[in-house]
Write a protein that binds this ligand. Structure first.
Ligand code: 5AD
Ligand code: SF4
Length: 443
């Protein structure tokens, strides 16, 4: 029996893609290996969003080649594949910098892995590289999603037409595509049948979802959420990542109407300066953004916000940066992700002359993160003494510990018997730090 090992870099969409690739391989008779050294097929699912992410792929590939060599000395063949966004952007670099790679395929063509593997079997030597933007949807060719997690991802939309000037996604994941409503509902039902209590709908720009219903009519994300909320047994719904200008009133209403929709929303603002937002080609001002947040709070006063931030975009002044801090002080995010601007070849912002010095980027990131963490800690501390339903999705660090999440996506560890795994349990929060909570079963 052959074994595979998949290493996933980057975002939740990559985690989902890796699960689907695992499904393809299991259909071909492969089983999962515990470690790369035990695998006949090693796949890297890669991320290109920032330079650091992409460089990590190349350095880790070097290590995998050593394993391939060791296995060769034991008389074992190893196929190495690279999939995901680095392939779409840097296929020539892969062939040059990692010539030991046997195949490479972009994020839209991994359904072709069975054919690719057959090709490798026939033509040893040059790597098989597939970076098509195919006419067909890969989702039509993937086997049923047999993921058995209690907390599942479901890709409903892929690609992006926004072309923020710093971002590679429109080039790596291509133009926006929305899966038909029926297909999404069928996959959700399957996941729930397999034990999912929570489903997180994924898309690079998930709230611009416009999938067709059976009559061929385009339906928005709000329609899809309402359809999915009707599935018996499904307890929690989330969606990520959203674009502020696409937060329509019908979608905001869902946060009032649907009990299953969790009171947490990741809505990246990127910057608080209108001048920088314009240079980023974002279709919102900071006032537009704050208006959306206010509407969300009206729809559900309990909602907690999360965001992505970029500091040191070309031309960003101290004043622009202060405007970002101002947005943070207004929204009081309960969680956030912040990055130094990374210059990505092929994007318009990479050509701008007024790049910000590394030292300044670092100083701003430190200041921003201190502020963000202070709000995150304050929110977590305010949870102490409260009782929250926690979905325990995996084992924790200690032997008798489980890991779960609150409705607000807070990480929570509890000393609990494994019978509580994959259940939603009322937990009283006893301790809180910036990145995690501790709690005990209530009652
Ligand atoms: N540099 C830094 N951060 C970036 N992001 C996207 N592109 C870049 C870049 N070139 C961030 C954005 C986005 C998140 C997924 O990654 O904040 O929302
Ligand atoms: Fe990138 Fe902007 Fe599209 Fe998000 S909305 S994926 S940041 S281009």
């Amino acid at each position: 029996m052959k074994h595979y090992f998949i290493k996933t870099f980057g975002c939740q969409m990559n985690v989902y893609d890796s699960e689907r690739i695992a499904g393809i391989l299991q259909n071909l008779g492969y089983r999962e290996a515990a470690a790369p050294k035990d695998a006949d097929l090693i796949i890297f699912n890669t991320c290109h969003i920032r330079e650091k992410a992409a460089e990590k792929v190349f350095s880790d590939l070097g290590r995998i080649n050593l394993i391939k060599e060791e296995r060769r000395q034991q008389g074992l063949d190893t196929v190495i594949g690279v999939v995901g966004c680095v392939v779409q952007a840097e296929d020539e670099q892969i062939a040059k910098r990692a010539p030991f790679v046997d195949f490479a395929t972009g994020p839209l063509t991994y359904h072709r892995i069975p054919e690719i593997l057959a090709k490798i079997g026939r033509q040893k030597g040059a790597p098989v590289i597939d970076t098509d933007f195919p006419a067909e949807s890969k989702f039509d060719y993937l086997p049923q999603n047999d993921n058995r997690s209690s907390c599942a991802f479901l890709a409903v939309q892929e690609g992006c037409n926004n072309f923020c000037t710093y971002c590679v996604v429109p080039y790596t994941r291509g133009a926006e595509y929305s899966r038909p409503v029926k297909e999404v509902v069928a996959e959700a039902r399957q996941l729930v049948q397999n034990g999912a209590l929570e489903i997180n709908l994924l898309g690079q720009n998930v709230n611009s979802y416009h999938g067709e219903d059976t009559a061929g009519k385009e339906r928005p994300l709000s329609y899809l959420l309402r359809e999915l909320a009707r599935i018996d047994g499904l307890q929690r719904l989330r969606y990520t990542t959203s674009y502020p200008a696409d937060m329509t009133d019908d979608l905001i209403e869902c946060h009032h109407d649907l009990d299953k929709l969790m009171p947490y929303l990741h809505l990246p603002v990127q910057s608080g300066s209108d001048r920088i937002l314009k240079a980023m080609n974002r279709r919102h001002t900071s006032a537009d953004y704050l208006r959306v947040v206010e509407k969300l709070h009206k729809a559900n006063p309990a909602i907690g916000m999360s965001s992505d931030f970029i500091v040191g975009f070309p031309g960003e002044t101290d004043e622009d940066f202060r405007a970002t801090l101002d947005v943070v002080n207004r929204v009081k995010y309960i969680q956030a992700f912040s990055f130094k601007y990374s210059r990505r070849a092929g994007t318009p912002a990479a050509l701008l002359k007024n790049q910000v010095e590394e030292k300044v980027k670092k100083e701003r990131l430190d200041i921003l993160q201190d502020l963000l963490f202070s709000y995150q800690l304050k929110f977590n501390k305010s949870s102490i003494g409260k009782v929250m339903p926690v979905l325990f999705e995996s084992k924790g660090r200690g032997r008798s510990q489980l890991f779960g999440r609150t409705p607000y996506m807070q990480n929570l560890h509890a000393e609990l018997d494994k019978n509580f795994l994959n259940k939603i349990v009322n937990i009283k929060i006893t301790e809180a730090a910036t990145n995690s909570l501790i709690g005990v079963v209530e009652g």
